[in-house]
Design a binder for this molecule. Sequence first.
Ligand code: GDG
Length: 733
Amino acid sequence: MTRLIIASNRLPVVIDKDENGMRVSPSAGGLATGLKSYHKQNDSVWIGWPGIIPASENEETEVTSLLEKEQCLPVFMNEELISNYYDGFSNATLWPLFHYFTEFAKFSETYWNAYKKVNELFAETIIQNAKENDSVWVHDYQLLLVPNILRQRRPDLKIGFFLHIPFPSYEIIRILPWREEIVEGILGADLIGFHTYDYARHFISSVKRLIGYEVEFNQIKLENRQVYVDVFPMGIDYKKFEKIALEVQSKPIQERSKEHQDIDRFLMSAPGRKLILSIDRLDYTKGIPHRLKAFRYFLKAHPEYKEIVSLIMLTVPSRTDVEQYQNLKNEVDVLVGNINGEFGTLNWNPVIYFYRSMPLENLVELYSSAEVALLTPLRDGMNLVAKEYIASKVQQKGVLILSEMAGASKELGEALTVNPSNIHDTADAIFQALTMSDEERTKAMRAMQKRIKRYDVQKWAEDFMETLAETIEKQSAYHARKISPTIKNTIYNDFKKAKSKMLFLDYDGTLQRFFDNPQAATPDKALYDLLDKLSKKKNNRVVLVSGRDRETFDRWFGSKSYTLIAEHGAWIKEPGQGWKERKPVHSEWKEIILPVLESYVDRTPGSLIEEKTYSLVWHYRKADIELGALRALELVHDVSTLIINQDLEIMEGKKVVEVKVSGINKGNASSEFLHSHQTEFILAIGDDWTDEFLFRELPESAHTIKVGSENSVAKYSLNNYQEVRSFLNEMCN
Ligand code: GDG
């Protein structure tokens, strides 16, 4: 049976050392707590940093054996690596950049080298422990390079990757000096998951723009495989929060924790008292100063709430040795002091501020006591606190105010959403939350509870793993077509034995790579040598079948002893003879279509028109990738209305739209040619969908090969033009 290996920077447990020895305790944070139950149930192994630097080999062994009981495996790092990989590249480069704080992002070669090294260390630990065909689920921004390292060294593994923070727009990621490496690193996975559709579409757009892979819906087409991108909004352990909330609320007041009694005392000390709660790590992404300013504005605008409402703000210390975090701490301290100084009275503090972490039970006490949760990050991948608040509101008496910049806002449509930078807007939302009718807030809370109860963390993990399994199934359908050594030998044997043979070969993308400028794709010497060698084989005929215009083909191959079929089958030329038109037709239609195409060239920088005898082609390979695709759609629409009742058709190829005389294609041209030249062995190779006509029309006995990972009626596939060349070279020998 295949096993699951989970990899994340931190393990679900941390190891501490004091005078009594080593201790294992659960780690905080959404991912660790969320996935823990899934991990235990599924007999998986979790690989990560144990939070300790062992002082000796003995200690290392001790840590390892303590972790073994928790089904965990450690990746050890020294101080320098942690500083450069974790504090450095992860938290001082990727974290600010991915949260749109470009001014905080530091770019340092030292950080980058440490990041690469630690990603290698993680990958190595996974590789050493993974059995054949195991599944690996890699988590988050600290390990972006791991999927591709695994892909290179262990292609047997099923690799999933999930990003817990936002994936930023292309305009942001393009700033990163190592942007291609990072995107390629993630693309090593079979399935890539994000919290929201926005993050997924930003990732896809970056893949297209930075690397240029083709994308169809949520599939990224790499040369030799497909990668799937999907949205899995992470949930929480709903039942756990619900259960703890029921427990803490049903306790008699005198049995409650000290913290809970403090809250009770506050709420009961004046009529109508209410608490607004916020919980977050002290991080600049969380919008804490904005929130405080909004609360100050609210108190100014609504003095009737003085001595009635307090904001209880739990901020958990984080990355305390980083300058920006220290500055933020000072800013928050000053703001809290100012607000309390300006509005506070002897027995009322407007802001009750905790700068520490709390045990889970106290957290739930806060959740269940607060009338309003005010969660206003400037950017947040998801924000699990919002979901935990909802789950803890067992009596549905609470209102959630949530930033529209948090991933969770996509699912929690019934919350009061605010733009956290709009202080007035946020203050209005506070007022609205406090004055909402019972009926309204219960209705909103019920709807949100229903949704997040259903898609809890267990369901989230299962959903991701099931999708990964389905992805692998789809991949294997494709891999089944890849030419194996046995198939190769069969084809070579057939070729050798046959008394007459014919090879139909497409040109661009099949024998030659793509160039931005189509005229630059001139055949190189190695290609001429290969084709010459093939055409000199006894009883073998090489037929080049292309969409290229005949002038270009004539220039490149006119003197050669190959048969040439140009312009998708409109023209044919036998060795030593002139070009023959297969179906003479009129060309007045071009006068109508050409101006339309020209208007598209004018509005799409980088695109160009190519004129052939039977067709007009609009090329957009050099245009902006998304504008090009959009204009291609528009163009097809515009032209289709113009060609009604004309003997014309539209063909869409790779970054081209071709308007051509209908009834001419590579398939009917080749089969017509084959008719007059009966042949025992037939081989056809092509990469474009226009080659599908060829594959379809050839006799069943023909060997057909598609270049690339897309769907095809061809029997087999090869990855790229280099593989085609070596396949043909080997066949010659
Ligand atoms: C990433 C993304 C995304 C907080 N204070 C205490 C405490 N917590 C717990 C909360 C919650 C978790 O920490 C924080 O949740 P976040 O959603 O902010 O998650 P992170 O792990 O910080 O960050 C984030 C998440 O990954 C999941 O994909 O939502 O956007 O940045 O569970 O309850 N827990 C305890 N005491 C505290 O004082 N016990």
